[in-house]
Design a protein around this ligand. Structure first.
Ligand code: CA
Length: 473
């Protein structure tokens, strides 16, 4: 009799444990792959003729192209702050590109904010940040304090690509803003020796992480710095583009190609481990191309740093082969802010986020269950200085399903983006009601924002004057 009870007890234990395991294994893995300064037209799926991106194009083929996919800011740091919190970054004062100031706890993502990694940790995800961080170099703001179990990369807004140039042991050896591009890489909190071309190293580490974590749900935030400057590539990739005459364009193409190869190795590893169908992969850029003889935004007006489409509309695709039909083009406006909201809805529907999210769960739209536009409006505020004595002036933009209101140094305009992607014909007078309405929406929204809480990249000199001990250890 005793044996029967023991058997029943063991049986029930095994059943209940296995149901827990099943529940966990059903949670999809999430991988966000972020390119840096990649032009809208610099991927095959958006029509690039000279840069071949077969692996990124495969994501498009097996998933969804967001032809009107936006980021929340036209430069690196604030765009990343929006993506990683799922919130308009000006809501919490992240309205500037941070300087590299490892001694300053206020230069970066405020601790009041919950990251997507913090949220996924609540559902027992293993989390990994790879590549460029740019959300704060102070020890309290680094990836492993912001929800990541592991980190491999660098803290500032860019990095040189060849290991022989990483001649500064750590942050205490950095003596200028640009010096941070030369530090040794970090693995978790340790500086390491690395031998590979940076893009290849970031891909390798992502593949290794998948190899080690295929049996539990994981989240990878892979922030390549390619093809952000400096323009540097190895012969292996340069040799693929010998027909491109412009040296800048050729090097840029090679940098994109290295990233594309890396993405191929990641997708192959997912297949090898049998987790391809239940892994969500996003690929997007943090802002538009900078157009300095290298990148190409196609028909879009503007570039990195401004609120024309070329600054904020980016190459953007996602796949979830087990759940979302491939080969789709989704042509309503979506935002990088939606990635947090979508991930939360899928992985942690019962968890209330710490702060109000500004994105939308895209899955019902991609499954055809909802037909309307996910956002009634998307908003942008660009904070810049026209001269060194000025703290902040702003450019503004609002996108509805069809129209865009934009006010910046060049224009005060309304465009119909469904009719004209290139923002040329100002409909401000013809469509006065729409213009007024979007302008009022902007006013209402901007009341929810804060002024930037730290001095940005362009105020490097002012910061140094105010903080003479910045680089002293
Ligand atoms: Ca960028």
């Amino acid at each position: 009799m005793k044996n029967i009870y023991t058997f029943l007890f063991l049986y029930i234990t095994v059943i209940s444990c296995s149901s827990v395991i099943n529940e966990n294994t059903e949670l999809p893995n999430v991988i966000i792959i972020l390119a840096d300064d990649l032009g809208y037209a610099d991927v095959g799926f958006n029509g690039s003729k000279d840069i071949k991106t077969p692996h990124i194009d495969d994501i498009a083929k097996n998933g969804v192209v967001f032809s009107e996919g936006y980021v929340s800011y036209p430069v690196c740091g604030p765009s990343r702050a929006g993506l990683i919190t799922g919130r308009y970054q000006d809501t919490f004062g992240f309205g500037k590109n941070p300087l590299f100031t490892p001694k300053d706890p206020n230069m970066g993502l405020p601790l009041s904010e919950q990251t997507i990694a913090d949220m996924l940790k609540l559902s027992n995800y293993k989390t990994f940040a790879v590549g460029k961080w740019h959300l704060g170099a102070h020890e309290s703001l680094r990836p492993m304090k912001r929800g990541f179990d592991e980190f491999f990369g660098f803290l500032t807004g860019g990095h040189r690509y060849f290991p022989y140039e990483w001649d500064l042991e750590d942050e205490t050896k950095v003596k200028s803003q640009n010096g941070a591009y030369r530090t040794k890489l970090l693995r978790n909190e340790q500086r390491i020796e690395e031998k590979e071309y940076l893009t290849d190293a970031l891909s390798r580490e992502s593949v290794n992480f998948i190899e080690r974590n295929a049996n539990n749900p994981f989240f990878i935030y892979l922030a390549y710095n390619a093809p952000h400057g400096p323009l540097q590539a190895t012969e292996k990739y340069l040799n693929r583009f010998l027909e491109i005459e412009s040296k800048n364009r050729r090097t840029y193409a090679a940098m994109v190609s290295a990233m594309d190869d890396g993405i191929g190795t990641i997708i192959s590893k997912l297949k090898e481990k049998g987790i391809y169908d239940n892994t969500i992969v996003y690929f997007l850029s943090d802002n538009g191309g900078r157009l300095k003889g290298d990148s190409d935004n196609g028909e879009l007006r503007g570039k990195k740093g401004n609120l024309f489409e070329g600054g904020v509309r980016v190459p953007f695709v996602m796949q979830w082969p087990g759940q979302i039909k491939g080969g789709q083009t989704f042509d309503k406006p979506v935002s990088s802010l939606d990635i947090f909201a979508t991930s939360k809805a899928i992985t942690s529907p019962e968890i209330t986020p710490k702060n109000k999210l500004h994105g939308v769960n895209l899955i019902p739209f991609l499954k055809g269950e909802k037909k309307h536009s996910p956002h009634s409006n998307l908003f942008w505020r660009n904070n810049f200085m026209q001269n060194k004595n000025e703290l902040r002036t702003e450019a503004s933009a609002v996108r509805s399903e069809k129209f865009k209101f934009i006010k910046n140094k060049q224009v005060d305009a309304l465009y119909n983006l469904k009719k004209e992607i290139s923002e040329q014909t100002n409909l401000k007078d013809q469509e006065k009601e729409m213009y007024d309405s979007l302008k009022n929406e902007y006013k209402r929204w901007s009341k929810t924002l804060m002024d930037p809480i730290f001095l940005g990249l362009l105020a490097n000199d002012q910061y140094n004057k105010l903080n003479p001990d910045r680089f002293k250890y």
